[in-house]
Design a protein around this ligand. Structure first.
Ligand code: PLP
Length: 394
């Protein structure tokens, strides 16, 4: 009667959502202040003042029919011009307004890009740990989803593993840096190695292999540069959103940008527009488009995440926990002190610490701690982490 795959997807909540819902129930029982919810990547820092100021101005000064009306399917031209000139000024001349497609966030950017590129038999490669929805988006578009382990210890891309997995059916290599859930940023040398390999493989197979860069965390970094992939590889598609940089995840605004030197770029852009149309993802929210046209380069107070990161990493390491130092985003990937990270997360619940097991990210043995919370929550949670540590390290 209905599509069974969709029933399955609709019925099964993600582990992150399960824990997030549990946090709400627990908060109602014992008080929000007694629950240390590190489950979800919802920015805890308000949008910068410029967001509300710009929204007010837009509402006061713009004709309401225009402000709330349809834009072009791919986004208003003035908005796409502003996005293209911003990325070209900041990262190098790589794109233009006619290669930008405005979307309802990075999720839509990814799903449209996958839909645009898929042909029968195609494979998409990405690297663990990764955002669990990648599998859903890739399979939804028709791709065989291939998840490769990253280099042990550093979580950089393991080029020899990639080289042995890549084949003539590989259409997309998907990277996410800064990474959810590890916070790792790929080193420039890693990116050079990756793009050299892809160039070699494109020649060998005689067709493009698209590098899709999922970049909702690009602006959330703590000192390390995030290489802009179009500068290294022409067949690059950037999927961006303002969900995290402007703390606007509920407003659903992002874009797809194609590199102007990409093979068959006009057909790829037509396919992006076609996939957007086929999925019903036309005309991203107009008010949000005009907002990012005016303050798309602003960011919320990212320094607060850095403070959280330093407090958490320092605190947890001093208790004996082992973790990967996050270079960006607002996640910490913590090594589970017991092999079974699900059991560790269950034990953490005893102390009202709500952590996400790494299995769904493709990395068992680890847990994700989302530190986009108040500093106060971090400070108050440390004694609970200590009690949990005492069960393992004493
Ligand atoms: N990609 C990654 C790695 C994410 O962590 C998220 C959201 O958390 C998304 C994509 C989706 O972003 P958006 O909310 O902009 O659709």
């Amino acid at each position: 009667m209905v599509n069974e795959t969709m029933v399955g997807l609709g019925k099964k909540r993600s582990v992150i959502r399960e824990i997030f819902e549990y946090a709400k129930i627990r908060s109602a029982q014992i008080g929000k202040e007694n629950v240390f919810d590190f489950s979800i990547g919802n920015p805890s820092i308000p949008a910068p003042a410029s967001v509300n100021e710009t929204l007010k101005k837009l509402i006061e000064e713009t004709d309401s029919v225009l402000l709330h009306g349809y834009t072009s399917a791919q986004g208003a031209l003035s908005v796409r011009e502003s996005v293209a000139s911003s990325v070209n000024r900041r990262f190098g001349q790589n794109t233009n307004a006619n290669l930008i497609y405005m979307t309802c966030g990075a999720a839509a950017s990814l799903r449209i890009s996958f839909g645009a590129l898929w042909e029968e038999g195609d494979e998409l490669i990405t690297f663990a740990p990764c955002f669990p929805e990648y599998r859903v988006f890739a399979n939804g578009a028709g791709f065989k989803f291939v998840l490769l382990p990253s280099a042990v210890g550093t979580l950089q891309i393991d080029l020899s593993v990639l080289e042995s997995a890549i084949n003539e059916r590989t259409k997309i290599v998907l990277v996410n840096s800064p990474n959810n859930p590890s916070g790792v940023i790929y080193d420039e040398s890693n990116i050079v190695g990756l793009t050299d390999l892809l160039k070699r493989k494109e020649k060998e197979y005689g067709h493009p292999i698209f590098l899709v860069a999922d970049e909702p965390y690009r602006e959330l970094t703590y000192g390390k540069e995030v290489p802009y992939l179009m500068n290294y590889y022409d067949d690059t598609i950037v999927c961006y959103s303002w969900s995290k940089s402007l703390s606007l995840p509920g407003e659903r605004i992002g874009y797809i940008a194609l590199c102007e030197r990409m093979q068959g770029v006009s057909d790829v852009y037509a396919a992006v527009c076609g996939a957007g149309r086929s999925l019903g993802y036309v005309c991203a929210p107009a008010l949000m488009q005009y907002l990012v046209e005016r303050c798309g380069e602003d960011t919320s107070d990212i320094g607060a995440y850095r403070e959280n990161r330093d407090l958490l990493v320092g605190g947890l390491r001093s208790m004996g926990y082992d973790c990967i130092e996050p270079d960006g985003a607002f996640y910490l990937f913590l090594k589970s002190p017991e092999e079974d990270e699900v059991a560790f997360c269950e034990r953490a619940k005893k102390y009202e610490l709500l952590l996400v097991p790494g299995g769904d990210f493709g990395a068992t043995g680890y847990v994700r701690v989302a530190y986009c919370v108040s500093k106060e929550q971090i400070v108050r949670s440390l004694p609970a982490f200590q009690k949990l540590a005492d069960e393992y390290f004493k």
